[in-house]
Design a protein around this ligand. Structure first.
Ligand SMILES: *[C@@H]1O[C@H](CO)[C@@H](O)[C@H](O)[C@H]1NC(C)=O
Ligand SMILES: *[C@@H]1O[C@H](CO)[C@@H](O)[C@H](O)[C@H]1NC(C)=O
Ligand SMILES: *[C@@H]1O[C@H](CO)[C@@H](O)[C@H](O)[C@H]1NC(C)=O
Ligand SMILES: *[C@@H]1O[C@H](CO)[C@@H](O)[C@H](O)[C@H]1NC(C)=O
Ligand SMILES: *[C@@H]1O[C@H](CO)[C@@H](O)[C@H](O)[C@H]1NC(C)=O
Ligand SMILES: [Cu+2]
Length: 237
């Protein structure tokens, strides 16, 4: 029994190790480490919309990986259900990425977006969903937050970026668009915009992206092993 208990503990630890990154401001729809590779981190419904500046506003994330590649993009759909909804508006206008592709170190990072400046017709009161794509070497992960854009909205003063990671550590310009792979709504094939744009710009991030795909399978494998160990434990108890 002692061995089984050890295995159960090991399985719990393996799951905890998947706590890849969190979106801390604006508040995320939700966080579930196992589902973070999926569209919107597995949270597919719109949550309470938070006020957010129509002009420059800050986004806070917390990375649990030594080095990660990050990009943010928005949907102007009131209920986005696919990566394609983050690519074009309802009338077919392309939506630029909300940030350059950039890198962050482990821990808290802050970066600014200027959603009104994307020139996709946003104005005071516009409803958008912002999605952050993060790749720390074990595959692309996602978090979403639902916003209502307010002209002149003042964010809480402690949320203002003291250093803007998106512009300090950019590996590409922000003119790239979410790419073809963004059609898929499955997490694994949706390494999407960041990976494609990064390789187009010749960045080292592309290598990271392909090794990330393999690493992601490894993570899924560990999840299965964990579940099997868990089942075995239950059966023996
Ligand atoms: C589509 O919508 C955008 C934003 O509202 C607007 O600027 C653009 O002119 C529209 N384009 C067409 C083809 O209707
Ligand atoms: C923006 O909209 C809010 C309500 O949605 C309103 O209270 C505010 O006055 C508007 N601001 C401007 C500059 O129009
Ligand atoms: C700002 O303050 C709020 C409320 O005290 C807190 O929940 C949040 O974590 C703080 N944000 C930062 C970036 O420290
Ligand atoms: C930029 O990336 C480096 C690691 O490449 C990291 O140490 C640094 O903190 C990052 N800067 C910001 C503002 O996140
Ligand atoms: C995204 O927009 C670009 C540019 O308009 C287009 O080439 C691409 O096919 C679109 N991808 C999706 C998934 O809609
Ligand atoms: Cu991770």
């Amino acid at each position: 029994m002692f061995t089984v208990k050890s295995l159960l503990v090991a399985s719990a630890l393996a799951s905890t190790a998947l706590a890849h990154f969190t979106l801390d401001y604006p508040t995320s729809r939700g966080f579930d480490d196992e589902n973070e590779p999926q569209f919107c981190g597995g949270f597919s419904s719109v949550e309470t919309r938070q006020p957010f500046p129509l002009g420059q506003g800050p986004i806070h994330i917390d990375s649990h990986h030594p080095l990660a590649t990050v990009v943010a993009f928005i949907s102007t759909s009131e209920n986005p259900t696919s990566f394609g909804d983050f690519n074009t508006t309802s009338n077919g206008t392309s939506i630029p990425l909300a940030t350059p592709i950039f890198q962050v170190a482990e821990g808290d990072s802050c970066f600014n977006v200027d959603l009104g400046g994307l020139n996709v017709g946003l104005s005071n009161g516009s409803l958008v969903t912002l999605q952050v794509q993060f790749d720390g070497g074990d595959g692309a992960l996602y978090q979403c937050t639902d916003l209502v854009l307010i002209e002149g909205y003042n964010v809480p003063s402690n949320e203002t970026c003291t250093s803007d990671a998106a512009h300090t550590n950019a590996t590409s310009s922000s003119s790239a668009l979410p790419s073809a792979s963004a059609t898929s709504s499955s997490g694994s094939s949706a390494t999407s915009s960041a990976a494609t744009s990064a390789s187009a710009s010749g960045s080292a991030a592309s290598g990271a992206a392909s090794s990330a795909a393999m690493a992601q399978k490894e993570v899924i494998g560990w999840g299965l092993v964990g579940s099997l160990i868990g089942l075995a434990g239950v059966a023996m108890l």
